[in-house]
Write a protein that binds this ligand. Structure first.
Ligand SMILES: *Cc1c(COP(=O)(O)O)cnc(C)c1O
Length: 424
């Protein structure tokens, strides 16, 4: 584990300059495969008795640097990168679970993840109970004999609820199951879930970590803290049919899970990240700390300003004193509360559409975490397919507008919103 601080690690961790021809920028190893010395060398690599590169679906030197850097920033023992956040989440769960297993999940989730748990995974026999994450007791009450994981988002998108990770991880620990935390909206700069007991941390790298809206990516980070030999996870303690009898917990110890994700998950589900995208994401990661400072500062100022506008019915941002999550945010997000702000206008569904159509600097699109400011009306777009009950559960009302506040000059952003609010 690195003893250096966040901003230093964001620039240097994982990159051995000497080993990469003195390159100051991380080089792009755009290759599908790697030449073996001879058949013995090849055999050793395949049997994991010698470390090295085989095929870019499994590992790649550029991706390696990104993986080591992200593991360092979150305080994990290892990481695996994927082609998208969705690929990271599905592979993380499919590596852990099998038909007949059950998940207890927060109901405050990214729409795609909600659909994965609610519709797609049940087709494979993996089911989920969704609970209100504001009480850790709700997770405890939903745990069954076959529950094998708790899944949450540390800062829910778009509800912006800040979860009490310490209390939820205590529930997971008592049930001898891992706590998986999607930390995308908070980022490792603002929050490290492993410090509060998370066993597995996931990010969509597409959002703040890449940060410039140019490349999709995802990561799974293993805290290395979960005891796979507790009797609940025979796939880790019995010879694996998926890798010629390898007993993961015996051979790999603390890195058993992240090794299984790479050896079986990336090999079989194939959601590998392109080295070129890894390079782009590394460029973004270098400036994560200063961007998150500015995103958070601008978002708080916009949230406070919106609260004083006549046409605005309500504002939700965990940095506002009026937020239900103000106190939890003070504990878990003391450096800032990220860039997502939601608000409602007095004109309801139609009023919200008018504002979204009236802005010029804010771009109407389905993403968050870009340096540029973004806006969307979830009820008519990302959450259109959900019924009213599901919309309510995921925190989406008819009048809700979601902003991803960028790092432009905040006065220009206010003026843009002011012009659009005149339409209401
Ligand atoms: C965007 C997002 C995802 C999915 O990531 P992709 O890179 O778009 O596949 C997962 N979780 C959260 C919280 C997200 O915002």
């Amino acid at each position: 584990m690195s003893s250096q601080k966040f901003s230093t690690n964001a620039l240097h961790a994982g990159h051995d300059v000497k080993a990469t021809a003195g390159t100051r920028a991380v080089p792009i190893y755009q290759t599908t495969s790697y030449v073996f010395d001879n058949t013995d060398h090849a055999a050793n690599l395949f049997s994991l008795t010698e470390p090295g590169y085989i095929y870019t679906r499994l590992n790649n030197p550029t991706n390696d640097i990104l993986e080591q850097r992200l593991a360092t920033l979150e305080g994990g023992v290892g990481a695996a990168v994927f082609a998208s956040g969705a690929a990271a989440i599905s592979t993380a769960l499919l590596t852990l679970l099998k038909s007949g297993d059950h998940i207890v999940s927060s109901n405050s989730l990214y729409g795609g993840t909600y659909n994965l748990l609610n519709v797609t995974l049940p087709r494979t026999g993996i089911t989920t109970t969704f609970v209100d994450p504001s009480g850790s007791q709700n997770f405890k009450n939903a745990i069954k004999e076959n529950t094998k994981a708790i899944f949450v988002e540390s800062l829910g998108n778009p509800k912006l609820d800040v979860l009490d990770l310490e209390a939820i991880s205590a529930v997971a620990k008592a049930a001898k199951i891992p706590l998986i935390v999607d930390n995308t909206v908070a980022t490792p700069y603002l929050l490290n879930p492993i410090k509060y007991g998370a066993n597995i941390v996931i990010h969509s790298l597409t959002k703040y970590i890449g940060g410039q809206g140019n490349s999709l990516g995802g990561v799974v980070i293993d805290a290395g803290t979960f005891d796979w030999t507790n009797g609940n996870f025979p796939e880790f303690t019995e010879p694996s049919a998926g890798y010629h009898g390898l007993i993961y917990s015996e051979v790999l110890g603390a890195i058993a899970y992240i090794a299984k994700i790479r050896i079986e998950g990336l090999r079989d589900y194939g959601g590998a990240l392109s080295p070129f995208s890894a390079f782009q994401i590394i460029q973004g990661l270098e400036t994560l700390a200063i961007r998150m400072e500015k995103h958070s500062k601008n978002a708080l100022e916009i949230a406070e300003w919106l609260g004083n506008q006549d046409q605005v019915a309500w504002v939700n941002y965990p940095g506002l004193k009026s937020s239900k999550y103000y106190n939890t945010a003070k504990k878990y997000l003391p450096k800032g509360q990220s860039g997502v702000v939601t608000f409602g206008v007095k004109g309801g569904f139609d009023g919200a559409k008018k504002v979204v159509n009236g802005v010029e600097i804010f771009s109407l699109l389905a993403n968050i975490g870009d340096t540029k400011s973004l806006i969307i009306h979830p009820a008519s777009t990302t959450h259109q397919q959900l019924n009213e009950e599901q919309q309510k559960e995921t925190g989406v009302s008819q009048d809700l507008i979601r902003l991803s506040v960028g790092i432009e000059d905040v006065e220009d952003l206010k003026q843009d919103l002011k012009n659009a609010l005149k339409e209401v």
